[in-house]
Design a protein around this ligand. Structure first.
Ligand code: FNR
Length: 361
């Protein structure tokens, strides 16, 4: 079922494209505006160089880690991606089964097309849940209780998209959700009150969307609603990461939403070092955006991340070969990470530090 020509994660991209509609492809691949950040996420990884080491002791090496008190086989997670049935009829179920089989942590999107309980029942490994706090806070509280009751082990609160970015590629392709696909886990949430303005184009400020947008106060409120550890997803500023630590949160995900919200913010791997310095180990950092190779995983760990998440490549595997494709993508990344570790003399993830990056001379 895995096409024989696939040797690397990027080989899944053209195969996925052939299998998706042009509009769904624009939704998956596109970013905000001119897609400068989208491109930069990968380009910044490609600019970094590794420093190999010879003759190191590698016996007994492994890629295991503990995060939020939970054990993982390796530091490669599945990022929350909405509406996965746009890539394959099995959608999030296939991704969850593949992640379980490969020992990968998976973050299920608020906008999954399948019920969160069904996913948790079928997965053989614990999942995390990505939460878009709804303007209907009562509904949000119930949703969090459902998530907890279903056995999810952490809440990943996305904080970088209180308003949508201009996803022009998607707009030009005329993307809309096909009939039958919806954010089933949000059924029953009260809609935002209507807001009208001249020309049918409501300005953001003064709109209910902005007036009910998430603040630090809501994060404190959320902490009172649940015992689940809370991570913030979409942190790019050292000050926000420090505040997350001050507020007693469990972690922060350095992310620019795969370049889909505010264009021309920096690549995540370029933002990471200053955040890691500011946080100084007070809370674990994860990173996503542009991870396409095991060497990218390695570079993120070298610059201070504990783990990474992968978005689009997982969907490329899913579109091409369902659960098998997702499993293969995760396998390839892990295998490449292990090669990079062996060739830089790292027995465990703890050995991966800045000294493994080539700094010239
Ligand atoms: C996303 N992302 C996302 N994030 C989130 O918090 N909730 C969501 O529902 C979604 N949905 C979503 C859909 C699609 C099509 C994409 C491409 C991305 C962002 C995602 O979690 C992650 O931050 C990026 O995808 C990481 O970048 P890469 O790995 O795609 O380069």
């Amino acid at each position: 079922q895995i096409p024989p020509e696939v040797a690397a994660v990027s080989d899944y991209e053209p195969l996925a494209r052939e299998r998706m509609t042009p509009a769904a492809w624009a939704w998956l691949q596109g970013g905000a505006a001119d897609e400068i950040t989208l491109r930069e996420n990968q380009a910044a990884f490609q600019r970094l160089r590794l420093a190999p080491r010879a003759l190191a002791e590698l016996a007994g090496g492994h890629t295991r880690l503990t995060l939020l008190g939970q054990a993982f086989e390796h530091p490669i997670f599945v990022a929350p991606v909405a509406y996965q049935q746009l890539a394959h009829p099995d959608g999030e179920m296939a991704t969850a089964l593949a992640a379980s089989a490969l020992g990968a942590g998976m973050v299920v999107s608020t906008q999954a097309g399948l019920p969160l309980e069904a996913l948790a029942r079928q997965a053989t490994a614990p999942l995390w849940f990505q939460l878009y706090v709804q303007h209907d806070r009562g509904f949000t509280r119930e949703l969090v209780h459902r998530v907890q009751a279903a056995g999810y082990r952490a809440l990943v609160v996305t904080v970088d998209a209180p308003v949508s970015g201009p996803r022009n590629r998607e707009q030009r392709a005329g993307f809309t959700l096909p009939p039958g696909l919806s954010a089933v886990n949000l059924q029953g949430a009260r809609a935002l009150p209507p807001h009208t303005a001249p020309l049918g184009r409501p300005p953001l400020f003064g709109s209910p969307l902005v007036d009910t947008a998430l603040t630090w106060r809501d994060i404190a409120w959320l902490r009172e609603q649940t015992a689940l550890p809370i991570l913030l997803k979409g942190v790019l500023s050292p000050a926000d990461a420090v505040r997350a630590a001050d507020e007693g949160l469990a972690g922060a995900i350095v992310s620019n939403h795969g370049g889909r919200v505010l264009d021309t913010v920096p690549a995540t791997i370029d933002a990471l070092p200053a955040i890691a310095r500011a946080v100084n180990g007070r809370l674990p950092l994860l990173l996503d955006g542009g991870v396409r190779r095991g060497t990218d995983v390695f570079k993120a760990l070298a610059l201070g991340a504990s783990a990474v998440l992968v978005g689009r490549p997982v969907l490329h595997g899913l579109a091409t070969a369902g659960a098998t494709g997702v499993a293969h993508v995760l396998h390839l990344l892990r295998a490449e990470l292990e090669m990079a570790m062996a060739l830089t003399g790292c027995r465990t993830l703890a050995d991966i530090d800045e000294g493994r990056l080539w700094r010239g001379g």
